[in-house]
Write a protein that binds this ligand. Structure first.
Ligand code: FAD
Length: 294
């Protein structure tokens, strides 16, 4: 199934993201996590690709296959094109096809030390995937602007339109801690005539190291309210984790009640977080999606 159909049939799509274990750890180390996440009944689960340049595509493909095959949950395989040529992408597409995976999150990837390769940006990858198979394609968007755009959201929205025109069926946003950035992006996308649904990426923050890493990688702003929580619970791990979950819940309740199309939860392979969030928003999800049925 093309995940786009979920957006056609539900008011609010709710999904999880996981990452494969590093190559020196057995792939099975993430199997229990998937099992625990599957019980929470997400609409789909996405699997990251080559995060930090250390994970090979087989693991993304294998885990995406496991999610579909064993748990009967739709999966979304991330794929980056940085440093790749068409021959390599063809092999990955073939592998995904063989394993029955229908949905790809098409990304450029971070430039780092790798040269660009045969694809200059995600738009070219999206177009290539659409021309070479019957895949549903998602793409990334950035409520605070992509780090290379230097917070120029207008420029990014122009690029977003190019991604939609290239064939992106829907978008998943970079994480953010202040919902006003996401609403701003939705307004700008609408003004630009973008019709594809935009899912909000939410990352519950569970420790200080993680926050520092996230901010340095994607440049997300930290609202005062959030900084106060961090300072207050800096040395109390469990309190910080639960305060992080509570903060994410507040974000999600606000977004869901404002009628956005979907929430994508960066679970960080932590079922405790996913369970807490899902159980607490269950009533909103069922209420919002029931309205559609009536
Ligand atoms: P692009 O859409 O190509 O954009 C990159 C930059 O180039 C932007 O500044 C954009 O404005 C600019 N640009 C793009 N096209 C043009 C054009 N035609 N003309 C001028 N400028 C242009 N990384 C991983 O390695 N693995 C993952 O699994 C992964 N998953 C992710 C999931 C989500 C939901 C998100 C939001 C990000 C993810 N990333 C992942 C990170 C991502 O690879 C980086 O953010 C990367 O730097 C940009 O990827 P992109 O697909 O958005 O690139």
């Amino acid at each position: 199934m093309n995940i786009k159909q979920l957006f056609d049939n539900k008011n609010l799509v709710f999904s999880f993201e996981i990452f494969p274990p590093k190559p020196d750890y057995p792939i099975e180390t993430v199997h229990d996590t998937i099992e625990e996440l599957s019980v929470l009944n997400p609409d789909y689960i996405s699997v990251t690709y080559g995060a930090g340049g250390s994970v090979n595509n087989n693991r993304t493909c294998q885990l995406s296959h496991l999610i579909k095959d064993k748990y009967n949950i739709e999966s979304l395989a991330h794929l980056t094109c940085i440093g790749s040529n068409k021959e390599y992408i063809d092999c990955v597409l073939e592998e995904l096809r063989e394993k029955g995976i229908n949905n790809i999150l098409a990304l450029r990837g971070d430039i780092g030390s790798i040269g660009v390769g045969e694809f200059n940006n995600s738009q070219e990858l999206i177009q290539y995937i659409k021309q070479n198979g019957d895949f549903g394609v998602a793409a990334a968007c950035y409520p605070e602007g992509h780090i290379e755009s230097k917070k120029d959201v207008d420029k990014d929205v122009r690029i977003l339109k190019l991604k939609e025109d290239a064939g992106a069926d829907y978008f998943i946003s970079q994480l953010f801690f202040d919902n006003s950035y996401f609403y701003n992006l939705l307004d700008k996308a609408e003004q630009k005539g973008i019709k594809a649904p935009i899912q909000a990426g939410i990352m519950p923050v569970i420790n200080k190291k993680q926050i520092e890493r996230v901010v340095s990688l994607c440049g997300a702003s930290l609202p005062n309210k959030f900084l106060r929580i961090m300072n207050k619970y800096e040395y109390d791990k469990l309190a910080l984790r639960d305060a992080g979950i509570a903060f994410a819940l507040e974000q999600i309740v606000d977004l869901a009640s404002s009628g956005i199309k979907g929430i994508h939860l960066y679970t960080m392979n932590n079922p405790y977080i996913a369970k807490n969030i899902t159980n607490n928003i269950g009533f909103i999800l069922s209420s919002i999606n029931r309205q559609r049925v009536i």
